[in-house]
Design a protein around this ligand. Sequence first.
Ligand SMILES: Cc1ncc(COP(=O)(O)O)c(C=O)c1O
Length: 431
Amino acid sequence: MLDPYEIRKDFPILDRVINGRRIVYLDNAATSQKPTQVINAIVEFYTKYNANIHRGLHTLSQEASQLYEEAHEVVAKFINAYSWDEVIFTSNTTDSINLVAYSWGLSNISEGDRIVLTIMDHHSNMLPWRRIAEMKGAEVVYVDITNDGYLKYDMFKELINERTRVVAIPGMSNVLGTIVEPEAIREVARLAHEVSAIVVLDGAQSVPHTPTNVRELDVDFLAFSGHKMLGPTGIGVLWGRREILNEMPLFKTGGDTVKDVTIEEVIWHDLPWRFEAGTPPIAEGVGLAEAVKYLTKIGMINVRMHEERLTEYTVKRFSEELQNSIELYGPRDSAHRGGVIPFNIKGINHHIVGLALDELYAIAVRTGMHCAHPLHYRLGLKGTVRASYYIYNTIEEVDYLVEALKTIVEMKEQVKATYEGVIPGTVCPTG
Ligand SMILES: Cc1ncc(COP(=O)(O)O)c(C=O)c1O
C-alpha cells in the first residue's frame, strides 16, 4: 500500500504556506505537482547534457539524443507498447489528438462519414473531431451518459455503423471521475474494428491514475499529458499502432522529419521522428521519463487503490454529513470512479466556493466547466467545484475539506456577501 506521508517528502511545494495555512492541493486533474526527482532530472539535464538532439556529432548532442530516445523507451514500457518508436512526443494531450485528427482524419474521413464521440469527452477529444467533421462534411454523434454518470454503453452498438470512421472516448472523465473500464474499451474497439473505424483513447486522466496496457485495450491511438502525471508541462504523448502511423501523412513538417530533401524530392524520416517536427521537448522528455520511473516504483495498482480509498471515504463523508447541503455528481461506486469529486453547495455559485476554499483554507480546487461544457449542459449545470486527488493526498486532507465545506455551508450568506463582487475577472469564464 502506498504511504502518502512518505511520498509527500518528495514534493517540496506541498509545504507552501498561503494565508497562514499549509496548502492542500486538490487540483490534480488540472495538473499534478512534481517530485524532487523529476525537478532534479531536469536540472541535471540542463546542467550536464543540454544540446540539441540528432543534429550534432559532439558528445553533448550524442548524450542528449540518447537520453531523449531512452525517454521514449521508458514511456513505451509504461503503457506496454509493442515498440519505443510507436511513442511520439507532442506538447500535450490536446496536441496529440490534433495530430491524429489533422493527419489521419483529414486523409481518411469523407463527406457523409460518421464520427462517434461521447458527451463526457473533454473539449480536447471533441473539438478536433468536430473541426475535421466540419471541414469534410462528416457527421458527429454522441454517446450519452446515465444520470449517475456512466456511459450508456449500448449506444455504441447503436451508433457505430458502416459509415463510422472514428470512435473517440475518454479513459476517465475529468469531471465525473467515471472510469471507462478496460473491458468496455475493448468492446468499443471490437465494434469499431468490425467496421474498420479507429478508436482514439483520451488517456489524459486515466494514464496518470490507473494501469494502462495498450495491447490489451486494443485501441488504435492513446493520448496523454506529462504534466498530469508528475512530469513537466510542455510534453505529451501520442501512442499509435505502427501500421497506422506508417501510413499517416505528416501533420507538421520541418527539421528532423526528413532523411533527405532535394528540390525534387523529400524522403521522410522513420517513426517517431517524422511526427516530431523541429526541436522537440528534450528536457521535458527526460523529466517525463523520471516521472514514469517514479510512478512505476510506486506501482500503478497502488496509485489506483490509494485514490479509490480517498474517493470512497469522501463520498461516504459527503453522503453522511453534507447530503442536505451539497450535490455530488458522478458514480457513487468508487470501484468505477477515479479520484475526482465534482460538487456544488446548494445556493452558492461554484466560483464563490472555490474562492472561499482558497482564501480561508488554502485548499486548491478547480471551479467552472472544466473544458467539458457539453457535459455540464447535459447535466443542467452552470459549473461545478472539483476536488481531485493524487498520490500525495491524505485522508486528513479529505477531513479538512469536509470540515471547510461544513463551515462554508454554515456561513453561506456571509461567504456569498464577501465573494459575490469578486467573481468577475478573477476566474476564466469558460474554464
Ligand atoms: C480528459 C482530458 N482530456 C484532455 C485534456 C487536455 O490536456 P492538456 O491540456 O494537457 O492537453 C484534459 C485536461 O484537463 C483532460 O482532463
